[in-house]
Design a protein around this ligand. Structure first.
Ligand code: HAM
Length: 414
């Protein structure tokens, strides 16, 4: 049986084949995401991987809706696997916002599903670090969120030479659109944003055609991008980042506008500095989504970003920033004399209770075989019950040996 295309198997290191993924690397990434999020005082939340289809068809936009994994369940409900976390967050916030002081700062690490064409950096399933701030309109919140994004990437050892945050604003594009749109147009603004979103990957002739159908020219669009004049909100974010010493990580770039329909203001994407990979992360303001999803009952400004594990891992590998992932066996308890197995099990239990990672032979085995296994596991120590009272501890690196009392063993493993 083969796994589905675009899905991944995660194996413990060393991974047995190039077409499988490292469970250790995944854990490493999750831990870093959590550590940095907590430093910024974000709290962790989660929601269900299956949601009513309608949650995503309301406001995510055509592209993501075309990529939905959806079906009818046995109760005749229209269901979708979540392709993104933001609508779930908006639903959760709308339901219980009164219980939380604003601004709410929350993060999650959901697994997401999109029926995409499989390509470098894009699969049909990925894990995404989501960090969002709800209930604050001031650009100080945008700066706080972007600082978190920058520090998350720095946390992996990436520097200003490795990545850049491209800052933009749908407000700027909105003003551009409204001031130059044809008199007769109605409701094509999101279509226009989608053309801008695709500018970098589409052929210029194709973009020109689409833009002129909307009453614009590629030349005027390019002129606006090249001028790159920051709006007041972008200026304020850049100053805030500068005060934190993070200015060098961000630049204004109006080529970014984001594909999702619900964004309303500042938008941004993180890219590797050489432009070799797809976006590492993307986000922005979505001040109307909570209102829309709550049917007008709750109105709260919001902003956030999502960072996938796929591109991030590719980049960390390319920059050689992944640590080695050895098994972390602290002690291998050798059972030379089977008559000491009960005492050995007691010792193993004590050491595990004290927090050590302990391994041993589950069934009788020759001593040299046990020792070989301890070496393969790169255990720091071996411990052997000598008699009813004493344990012989050996440091496998220094080869130093000590004999300790039973209860004292754990103190010799530091
Ligand atoms: P997004 O730009 O669709 O935004 O996804 C964010 C990031 O998730 C991308 O930059 C990429 O790293 C990763 N990603 C997306 N699709 C795939 C895929 N098929 N395979 C691998 N990685 C992928 C959102 O999802 C927004 N909901 C983010 C957000 C949170 N905005 C506000 N709050």
């Amino acid at each position: 049986m083969e796994r589905l295309p675009g899905f991944r198997d995660f194996y413990p290191e060393p991974i047995p084949h190039t077409d499988v993924w490292s469970a250790d690397a995944r854990q490493f990434i999750f831990e870093k995401w959590r550590t940095v999020a907590r430093r910024y005082n974000f709290r962790e939340y989660d929601g269900p991987p299956l949601e009513p289809l309608e949650l995503f068809t309301t406001k995510s936009g055509d592209e993501i809706v075309a990529q939905l994994y959806n079906f009818t369940d046995k109760g005749e409900r229209a269901i979708a696997l979540r392709p993104e976390m933001t609508p779930t967050l908006a639903r959760m916030i709308a339901a219980h916002e009164r219980n939380y002081k604003k601004p709410v700062k929350w993060f999650a690490i959901p697994q997401l599903f999109r029926y995409e064409r499989q390509q470098k950096g894009r699969l049909r399933e990925h894990f995404q670090f989501n960090a969002d701030i709800i209930g604050e309109t001031d650009p100080a919140a945008d700066a706080e969120l972007i600082a978190l994004l920058i520090d998350t990437l720095r946390g992996f050892g990436l520097t200003a030479q490795d990545f850049v945050i491209r800052l933009s604003s749908r407000n700027a594009w909105h003003d551009f659109y409204q001031s130059r749109k044809p008199k007769t147009e109605n409701g094509n603004e999101y279509k226009f944003f989608q053309v801008i979103d695709k500018l970098e990957r589409a052929e210029p002739e194709e973009s020109e055609k689409k833009l002129s159908a909307l009453g614009f020219s590629l030349a005027e669009v390019n002129q606006f991008i090249e001028a790159g004049k920051p709006t007041a909100e972008l200026e304020s974010i850049l100053q805030n980042l500068a005060a934190r010493g993070l200015r060098e990580f961000a630049k204004v770039d109006y080529k970014v506008v984001r594909g999702l329909a619900y964004y309303t203001g500042v938008v941004f994407e993180a890219f590797d500095a050489k432009g070799e990979f797809r976006a590492i992360a993307g986000g922005g303001r979505y001040d109307n989504l909570v209102k829309l999803i709550s049917g007008g009952k709750v109105e709260l400004p919001a902003l956030g970003f999502g960072m996938g594990d796929v591109v991030l891992l590719e980049l960390l590998k390319a920059r050689k920033l992944l640590p080695p992932f050895d098994s972390r066996t602290d002690v291998f308890v050798m059972i030379e004399d089977e008559s000491f197995r009960p005492q050995s099990l007691q010792l193993i239990q004590d050491l595990r209770t004290a927090g050590y990672a302990v391994e041993f032979a589950l069934t009788p085995a020759k001593v040299d075989k046990q020792f070989k296994r301890a070496q393969e596991l790169k255990a720091a120590f071996t411990a052997r019950v000598e008699n009813d009272a004493y344990v012989r501890i050996r440091n496998l690196k220094t080869r130093a040996e000590v004999v300790a009392g039973f209860a004292d063993t754990k103190n010799h493993l530091r």
